[in-house]
Each structure stands twice: as C-alpha cells, then as structure tokens.
Design a protein around this ligand. Sequence first.
Ligand code: URA
Length: 229
Amino acid sequence: MDRLDKILVSLGYGSRKEVQRLIRDGRVEVGGIVTKDSKQKVNHDDVTVDGEPLDPESLVIVLHKPMHYICSHNDAGRLIYSLLPPRWQHRHPKISTIGRLDSDTTGVILLTDDGALNHALASPKKHVIKVYEAALASPLRGEEVEIFASGALMLYGDDKPCMSAKLTILDSHHAMIELTEGRYHQVKRMFAAVGNKVVRLHRKQFANIHIEDLQEGQYKIISKEDIVF
Ligand code: URA
C-alpha cells in the first residue's frame, strides 16, 4: 500500500499538482469508486485512471531499435525513449536501456526501470549472450572464425584480449557473431582488428530474447522471468 498521489507521480501520470487535479476532477477510482483523497493509501492494482488500469509498477520492455535512434537520455537527436508512450518518460525510477547499441545499429534492445535487473544483465561478470548479424565492406577470408574464437584478439586501447566469440560466416560479406561481453563498439572494433569494416550491424538476440515478432520501432512488455541468463 502506498499513497495514491505518490503512486501516480511515480508512474508518470503528472507532477504532484497535476495528479492532485486528476484526483479532484474525479478521474481516479479505487476499487471502482471515485476518490477525491490523494493521500489515501491504496494498492496499485485497485486503481484506475479514466477507467483504465494503471501502467505496470515495474517495466521490462523489448524494443526493435531502428536506425539513427540514440540510447541516451540527454543527447541531441532522436532518443530511443521517444518510441515509448510519453507517460513512461516521466516515471521514477527512470526507464533505461540495458547496455547500449550504436546509433547505426538496429535490433534487440531491452529497457527497464528495475535497477537490479539492469545491473545484473549489463554486468560483465554475467556473460550474457548477444548475437549480431554484420554486413562487411570486404570479403571474409575464413581465418576470422579462428581469430575470434581464440580468446587472444586484442583491441586497440584495451588491456585484455576479447573473450572467445563464435563467428558463423553466412556468405562472402555477411556473418553472425555471438559475444558474451559488451565492450564499446565491440563488433566494429573486432572486424577492424582483422582488416575489415562493418557496414551494417543488427542485433538478433540478447540473452534468450529475440524480436522476430516486432517491426522496427515496435516494442512489447515482457516480465523479468522471461529473460533467461
Ligand atoms: N558492437 C558494436 O560495434 N556496436 C554495437 O552497437 C553493438 C556491438
């Protein structure tokens, strides 16, 4: 049980003043009965606004990230959060991406307001699997498979070699790569280290989560139990 106004503010329904007005205007019901008491202690599940149940208390979202969206709260440009309902951008705690994709990378990105879950999935110690499909500027030579799997590939500026990564060559200019770490620009830097250049990068999978059912820019809510890692 928590204070009605506090719950509504934390879910992004408005500032304290705006939420109090919502309640005064008779748009909020508790257990099916209009309430005018913003300080009333309530259960989240008993509350409706304009007849609609409240947004979930905690959110885990899978989004199919389109090209040219930025995984940041405050950069200039098109932010990934603008693809979500506006109210969700006013929640406390904030919804944040779990790790990041480059602006020109598309594919699976998870977002959540659950700090512990975010931390656990982003932690380098957890070795969460990420699968990418890369299009390359130059033909693959075949030897990249062994180099990426070796666990000895050093990237410029890093002090440790990359962990072993599985590369599957699809055709002369396309490959799938499976990583269990998430270094800055890692896929692009790994291909650069073997003299190639990634011209298109798409993340197909994060942990066990895929996005075959989502168009670019679409999202769905999942539960944290859906994520196996
Ligand atoms: N590796 C990259 O180089 N870019 C991404 O967006 C993700 C992994």
